[in-house]
Design a protein around this ligand. Sequence first.
Ligand code: MRU
Length: 364
Amino acid sequence: MSLQSIKYSRGSLEILDQLLLPGQSKYLVVRGVEDGWKVINKMQVRGAPAIAIVGCLSLAVEVNPEEFGSKKLLRQEIEGKLNYLVSARPTAVNMKIAADELITLANELDKDENIDVAEMKHRFLSATEAMLKKDIADNRAIGAHGAKAILQGVTEAAGASAGSAGSVRVLTHCNTGSLATAGYGTALGVVRQLAELGKLEHVYCTETRPYNQGARLTAYELVHEKFPATLVLDSMVAALLRAKNVAAVVVGADRVAANGDTANKIGTYQIAVVAKHHGVPFYVAAPLTSIDLAIPSGDHIIIEERPDREMTHVGEHRIAAPGINCWNPAFDVTPASLITGIITERGVFKPAELNAAISKLLES
Ligand code: MRU
């Protein structure tokens, strides 16, 4: 069974259909932007970084065989199609940030009198393709920073005399692994790094109702890696933190506001509340492309609401009483005050430091 969510070579894009996992491992061909929009909207590919990469690559495979009469026509095609792809799912910011970067590039290339339309297309394709490699490198860096922060936190909590931290138990929510990214994962990358360091005693993953990313996808990745892992239901988190000596919670993000408020999979907020109650550090692991400095707080994040059917049915089987009303927000916002640290590829930041630190990094 494959853990590679995205298969790409110039002119060809396939995604692993995550609606079929873990039962079936089947790749879908994405021929262009219409297919890209659909697989993102239907959540056949999901996870903020994977959404952005598949969206941009769907445009790359569409543009690749086309001949454009002028640079202006190519620029208009890039701008229009990327803005359309942003609308497939509203909460994760990664697709919007990637679209803005590529539109800026297309504008610069259009204005550059030294290059022709063929060269402009080649540079656009190369910039899009570079996202795949960068995402894996970023995730490895996130893993290294996150594992270090968790272990340091454990050592500090135990007092200086305790020496270096032993193995730790961690909890994660939703799926932030190879399936949600180009590879390795963000929060799950931190778990992978702990395992690589020989410091992972146990990882707990939540079921993550209603789409069951934890039970279907994270559990699948953890079993594949042969990590010591246990699945818990979303309703068990308080009992788990009370009973199992969990050292840290680490989750992903769909959008982090300038003040550190973080939108992530529904259920994240209540886990953060419970972690605070039990004095368990709560970390958000996300690449810089999930950080939206344009919004001051989480109040400005649009939360996607999904069809009732995801709640009322498991597969084809109806579990809810017919006629009941449903409310199905796909994400919630965890206030910055509940977050210990935001783990990025450039280091770990306290929410209060985030805006200044990231602005500085982006300037340099
Ligand atoms: O609705 P999903 O499955 O796309 O939600 C995924 C999450 O909330 C993840 O935690 C987030 O996108 C980060 S994935 C590295």
